[in-house]
Design a protein around this ligand. Sequence first.
Ligand SMILES: Nc1ncnc2c1ncn2[C@@H]1O[C@H](COP(=O)(O)OP(=O)(O)OP(=O)(O)O)[C@@H](O)[C@H]1O
Ligand SMILES: [Mg+2]
Length: 472
Amino acid sequence: MALKALRKLRPTGLTGTTGTPTGPAAPAATPPRAADGDVLLETVGLTKSYAGADGELPVLAGIDLKVRAGEIVALLGKSGSGKSTLLRCLAGLIPTSSGTVSYRGEPLTGANPGTAMVFQTFALLPWLTVQQNVELGLEARGVPAEERARAAVQAIDLIGLDGFESAYPKELSGGMRQRVGFARALVVEPDVLMMDEPFSALDVLTAENLRGELMELWESGQFPTRAVVLVTHNIEEAVLMADRIVVLGSRPYGTIRETVEVDLDRPRDRDAPAFQDLIDRVYRIMTGRQKEARLSGRTEPADQDKRTVAGTPLPAATVDGLSGLAEMVAHRGGRCDLADLADELGLDVDDMLPQVDALDLLGFARVSGDDLVLTEAGSAFAGADVQTSKPLFARAATEVPLVKLITNSLRQRPDAAVRAGFFRDLLAHHFTSEQVERQLETATDWGRYAELYTYDADRQEYRLDEGASAKI
Ligand SMILES: Nc1ncnc2c1ncn2[C@@H]1O[C@H](COP(=O)(O)OP(=O)(O)OP(=O)(O)O)[C@@H](O)[C@H]1O
Ligand SMILES: [Mg+2]
């Protein structure tokens, strides 16, 4: 795998920075140690709901969490499980609906003075230079100009940005921009660094490099922060970086499904069996809901009847993608270990989550332990040729709430056409605009393939496919 080779090439220090007493050659301070530190952040019985058109939308419930000095805590969950919401509550950027968030034992009443945030989208001010962007955090805290400049230079050095002080964000690559994001957060030396998917807008290699450098800084004791809370949907990233992984479940709303201690030595070796075992375990926890559903004795048709658009977000999986996975599983006898399959394909196991979710949603497969198992319908779909697979897919897709909503809405219109904005508005009650767009893309792809409806991108309009009623 190309990535593995590149990992070996990654320099072991910061990217060639010199002139800082905290450079790679400096004797390592005692690395921070997890779990025995002071409690920095604590939530007790935290719940959070957002006001929606149909009343309150519960997002988080019963969250009891402690973050101690010396540890990296990952908040891991699928899209919509409330990771960013929890992070914002911990940072005091939004209030909880009930329960408390405390910083060093004091309940928060506003922004948390002990935290600083790194965002996925960098959030830099384009008209300010790197140096000025980094100083921003200090300006807000009333630090005098001279001290600001000195601290910013230090943070810029630490994070491998020296030489770029006078550059503007648009002149920088994505990786360098995110370094500015890190420097801006670290310059205030927060007790807890908060990161919301900080690597997910970067290409794979840049993300890998930046992760490695941050971990080296953390391990060397040079990180000017005492704990880290990392939001991610990437299992491998969580196992690589965290001391503790808090897995959030999202049905019907975000609760802590399980907390997993990561007791592996650093730097961590992704190829070590213990690393892979942990990935399998976390993967099982994340995908375990099907098992729970079966154990609770609910039958499938009843389940399907109860599904709603709000509670059944469509994963970002194309028909090609989900068919590809179904065919590979069929080729292995209708059942296979997901982690093994990902490994064979050179993928991270969570790269396949959207396709796994899609197959589950369509009733084509179930997760059982570590394995993905095709259902009878899934086996028929995987074995069918293009023409016969379409009606099989159409039958399954019409049971998916958003596809059903679009199809039924179109049927009720004399002109059999509905503008996409109608569905966008309906979904906006329950999802962020990014999630809405992603789901509509999936619904469009599925509906087109199933020949249930078409989508005219110029007019932003769905239209009933002429043969739709014959297909179901
Ligand atoms: N400001 C808001 N108003 C209404 N609903 C919101 C708001 N912010 C988030 N939500 C909803 O709350 C739920 C949790 O959202 P959140 O962004 O916390 O999830 P997430 O786990 O961070 O997801 P992602 O991986 O997509 O970033 C989603 O259903 C989302 O649509
Ligand atoms: Mg988020």
